[in-house]
Design a protein around this ligand. Structure first.
Ligand code: HSE
Length: 393
C-alpha cells in the first residue's frame, strides 16, 4: 500500500477549493490536516479548526509529510516551499512565478534533502506538459515548444475577436471567473506565460533562465486598429510564448502577441483553453489542448502531482544532465508588426529591414525584421501607450 499523505495546504482560493472538491469525490489514502490562510475572517465551507493563519502549524508539524502550496504571494510561497523541502516534506505547488524564479536552487535542495517538488499545475493548468517533457520527450530532440500558456489573455482575445466585446469588459469577466491573477497585468502583460515558459525551457532544454531576462510583451496595448488589421487579413491575435532551439546549441525564449492564421492549430484555441505545440525531430508535431485556468482543471493537475508523490515520484531534470548543454541566446531575428503613435520612436528602433509601411492620420504601422536583442533593449519605448507590437509571418 502506498504511503499515507498527511497534507498541510497553504491557501484555499480558487485552485485550493477546486482541488478540495475533487479530493472529496475520491477515496484516496490522504488527509488534509491543516489549511494556512491569509484572511482569518473569511467565511469557509469547512470546519473552522482546520484553518489557521500561522505557517508554523504546517511547517513545524512533523506528522505533515506533504505540503500543497497554492498561494498568490510568490515570496511567501518560496519561503514555505524551501523550508518544507529542507525539513523532509514533499511539496506540490502551482506558483509559476515562485518556481520559475528559484528553479535551480529548488532543484538542488531536492537532491540534497531527498525530497520532491512537483508543479504540473503551475504550467498550463490541466495539461500534463511537464510530466511529458520529463518522461516522454526525455530523449527527443525538441525543435520548439510554444502555444497558449495563459487562459485569461486568451479568454479576452476570444471575446474581442469572436464576440466584439471591449477589452475592459472581457478582462473583468476573466477576473470574475477566477482565471486572472490578482494583478491582471501579469496575465495581459505576458508575465504569467513567461514564468511558465521558463519552467518549460528547463524541462525541454535543460537550461535555467532567469525569467527577468526573457522578453515579454502582452496584449495590454492592443487597439481597435490592430484588431481590424488582423481581421482584414484573416488573422486572430494570440499571446504566444516560444522556446526554440536555434543553431549551435542555442535556445531562444520570448513572449509576444502573434498574428495567427487559420492554418495554425492555435487559431482555434479559444477562451481559457491552453494549447501546447511541441515540434520534435522524431515525433514531429504534437499538440496538447485543455483548460489552462480555473479551480477544477488546475486542481486536477495538482491532485495528479499529489498522488504521484505516493509512489515517490520526483522530477529528474534529465535534460540538465546531458553532455551537450544548451545556452539561452537572444540573438534572433523575427518579423514584427509595430503600430506606433509618435514618429520619433521609429528613429530610435533599428529594424534589419522594413517590408511594409502604413501612414494614416490615426493609424501608423511598419512591418519588418528586427533582432530580439533590439526589442529587449527598446522594450520600454515599444511598450508605451499608443504602440503595439506583434509577431507576424
Ligand atoms: N492567470 C492564469 C491564467 C491562471 O490565466 O492562465 C493559470 O495559471
Amino acid at each position: 500500500m502506498s504511503k499515507k499523505l498527511i497534507i498541510g495546504m497553504f491557501g484555499f482560493g480558487v485552485v485550493g477549493q477546486g482541488l478540495y472538491d475533487i479530493i472529496k469525490t475520491k477515496k484516496l489514502n490522504l488527509e488534509i490536516k491543516k489549511f494556512v490562510i491569509k484572511n482569518a475572517h473569511k467565511e469557509r465551507k469547512l470546519p473552522a479548526e482546520l484553518f489557521t493563519t500561522d505557517p508554523e502549524a504546517i511547517l513545524a508539524d512533523e506528522e505533515i509529510n506533504t505540503v500543497v502550496e497554492l498561494i498568490d504571494d510568490a515570496d511567501a510561497a518560496y519561503i514555505f516551499t524551501k523550508r518544507a523541502l529542507e525539513s523532509g516534506k514533499n511539496v506540490v505547488s502551482a506558483n509559476k512565478k515562485m518556481i520559475a524564479s528559484h528553479l535551480e536552487e529548488l532543484a538542488e535542495i531536492q537532491i540534497k534533502h531527498g525530497t520532491s517538488l512537483l508543479y504540473e499545475g503551475a504550467v498550463c493548468g490541466s495539461i500534463p506538459i511537464i510530466r511529458n517533457l520529463e518522461e516522454y520527450y526525455d530523449n527527443e530532440l525538441l525543435h520548439s515548444v510554444s502555444g497558449i500558456f495563459n487562459g485569461s489573455s486568451n479568454y479576452i482575445l476570444s471575446k474581442i475577436f469572436n464576440e466584439g466585446q471591449r477589452y475592459s469588459e472581457a478582462l473583468q469577466k476573466a477576473q470574475e471567473l477566477g482565471f486572472a491573477e490578482t494583478d491582471p497585468i501579469l496575465d495581459v502583460g505576458g508575465y504569467d506565460p513567461k514564468y511558465k515558459l521558463a519552467i518549460v525551457a528547463s524541462h525541454a532544454y535543460g537550461i535555467y533562465v532567469d525569467p527577468e531576462s526573457i522578453l515579454n510583451l502582452g496584449i495590454d496595448k492592443l487597439g481597435d486598429q490592430d484588431i481590424q488589421f488582423a481581421k482584414e487579413k484573416g488573422f486572430k491575435i494570440k499571446l504566444l510564448p516560444l522556446a526554440k532551439e536555434i543553431n549551435n546549441n542555442q535556445v531562444v525564449l520570448y513572449v509576444l502577441p502573434k498574428f495567427v492564421g487559420r492554418d495554425n492549430i492555435l487559431y482555434n484555441v479559444e477562451n481559457e483553453n491552453n494549447g501546447v505545440l511541441v515540434k520534435a525531430a522524431f515525433a514531429d508535431e504534437q499538440f496538447f489542448y485543455g483548460k489552462g485556468a480555473g479551480g477544477h482543471p488546475t486542481g486536477s493537475a495538482v491532485l495528479s502531482d499529489i498522488t504521484a508523490l505516493r509512489y515517490g515520484y520526483r522530477y529528474e531534470y534529465k535534460k540538465h544532465l546531458e553532455a551537450d548543454q544548451l545556452k539561452y541566446n537572444t540573438d534572433y531575428v523575427l518579423k514584427v508588426y509595430l503600430r506606433y503613435e509618435d514618429e520619433e520612436i521609429l528613429k530610435q528602433i533599428t529594424f534589419q529591414n522594413i517590408s511594409e509601411r502604413f501612414y494614416g492620420a490615426d493609424f501608423k504601422y511598419v512591418i519588418g525584421e528586427i533582432n530580439l536583442k533590439e526589442i529587449i533593449a527598446k522594450r520600454d519605448l515599444i511598450n508605451q501607450t499608443g504602440n503595439f507590437i506583434a509577431e507576424i509571418l
